[in-house]
Design a protein around this ligand. Structure first.
Ligand code: C6P
Length: 433
């Protein structure tokens, strides 16, 4: 396959200085940064930390950290079963979090929200509980060439097991999906379209609403991997008409180990449980059981109580700032990041979709991304390097690995300037400048 030559898109390039004046900042970033104690530190020999690995995991504000401490210091108890004061407190706060997350993505009801360990588990839940019952020999699962392994490997396993076929929608040179191919691949055999809302490598925001309509018209369902979108933009699952929608707490200011699977109620109703055990049953006979109401049917065992509660606090925190303002800030900062990187000779940014978020992957001449990330780390700057859990996409790009800077609302242009300076220094250091 020919390697992608991601053409420079002039819409995304602006003069760095002009970019600075263009970034009309409606967020008080300096004030917000004070909510994140971890950002205010120096690393190595006194370098102020610049954290640009937000697509891997975001930092946590004090309100979220406090919620965790408060749970363990004031009302630690199991939920839905303890008939005592602490148990009632814990259950109330846990269920409050469900309501907060339902409202955050505009789900019609809390019954649509099952708590999981994160996006990966949410997708696997669908692959096992829905996929095993609904996908058979000759059926097709349609994913895309930009999926994270979490939205690919579960479908590979399912397809192998069931004799179904997994097909991938190809990617165009600007990093957008080839929508003509998508339309032609949507045959009546397609049972599920599995697509990322926003690519963790290219930043591309996919037209999932349009894809949902096309999938439904073809008689298929759609699963949206929203790991990278929900933290960065306002979403409305009902308006998108997603059947399944998966995201993680830790990328949106919440703790690790918690996530959501949203699904339409009739689908959840019809699905078998994913895991059996305590909490997910209604009645257990000697040889069979009946299932608890939604969404508890999908929450076997003691859940991740503290982290789910703090996940709800994270959703409140983001809502208080305003998802639209976060999105606007990041759009401007992403354009600035791309401009600052692309003005450096020999730097190639991957992904110039007109609709894109703040995951900016790039190559710097022949410098290996691991060497580059280690070098900039020594300057106090945290970026990620590697295949980013998207090996099929790496092959499409003609590389084995990339470097990636990914921004959040607390990042600033000064931090991007430091990244750009560090990249230039790296070129000199490695002799590619
Ligand atoms: N991407 C990144 O650095 P979990 O690990 O379950 O919270 O999320 C998995 C996942 C699923 N889909 C997308 C689009 C993702 O970006 C991720 C996580 C991180 O890009 C870690 S590999």
């Amino acid at each position: 396959m020919r390697s992608l030559d991601f053409a420079r898109d002039d819409r995304c390039i602006m003069n760095a200085d002009a970019g600075k004046t263009k970034l009309v900042d409606s967020l008080d970033v300096e004030r917000l940064r004070r909510d994140f104690p971890i950002l205010d530190q120096t690393v190595y020999d006194g370098k102020a930390l610049v954290y640009l690995d937000n697509a891997a995991t975001s930092q946590k504000p004090e309100a979220v950290i406090d919620a965790l401490v408060e749970y363990y210091t004031r009302y630690n108890a199991n939920v839905h079963r303890a008939l005592h004061y602490l148990g009632e407190q814990a259950t109330a706060r846990f269920e409050e979090a469900r309501g907060k997350l339902a409202r955050f993505i505009r789900a019609p009801s809390e019954r649509n929200i099952a708590f999981t360990r994160g996006t990966t588990e949410s997708i696997n839940l669908v692959a096992y509980a829905w996929g095993r019952a609904n996908v058979g020999k000759g059926d097709v699962i349609l994913a895309t060439g930009m999926e994270h392994h979490s939205n690919l490997v579960p479908w590979q396993i399912l397809a192998r097991e069931k004799g179904a076929e997994l097909k991938l929608v190809p990617i165009q040179d600007d990093g957008t999906l080839d929508m003509e191919s998508f339309a032609s691949l949507l045959s009546s055999n397609v049972k599920l379209v599995a697509v990322t809302h926003m690519s963790n490598v290219l930043g591309t925001v996919n037209p999932v609403k349009e894809m949902a309509k096309a999938a439904h018209d073809a008689g298929a369902l759609i699963l949206v991997d929203a790991a990278q979108s929900v933290p960065h933009m306002a979403v409305d699952v009902a308006a998108l008409d997603a059947d399944f929608f998966a995201f993680s707490s830790h990328k949106m200011c919440g703790p690790t180990g918690a996530g959501v699977l949203y699904a339409r109620e009739e689908l959840l109703d019809a699905m078998n449980p994913f895991m059996g055990g305590g909490e997910m049953i209604s009645k257990v006979n000697d040889d069979y059981s009946t299932w608890a109401d939604l969404p508890y049917k999908f929450e076997a065992g003691t859940p991740n109580i503290a982290d789910v509660i703090a996940f709800g606090v994270a959703a409140d925190y983001l809502t208080d700032i305003g998802m639209d303002r976060i999105h606007e800030h990041e759009k401007a900062l992403t354009a600035y990041t791309m401009a600052r990187l692309e003005e450096i000779p020999d730097v190639r940014v991957f992904g110039h979709a007109p609709e894109r978020g703040g995951a900016v992957s790039f190559a710097v001449g022949e410098i290996h991304p691991h060497d580059l990330s280690q070098y900039v780390d020594q300057q106090g700057i945290a970026i990620r390097a590697g295949h980013l859990c998207a090996q099929p996409l790496m092959r499409r790009l003609g590389v084995t690995a990339v470097s990636r800077a990914s921004v959040y609302f607390y990042n600033t242009e000064d931090e991007i300037d430091r990244l750009a300076d560090a990249v230039r220094k790296a070129q000199q250091f490695f002799g590619h400048g």
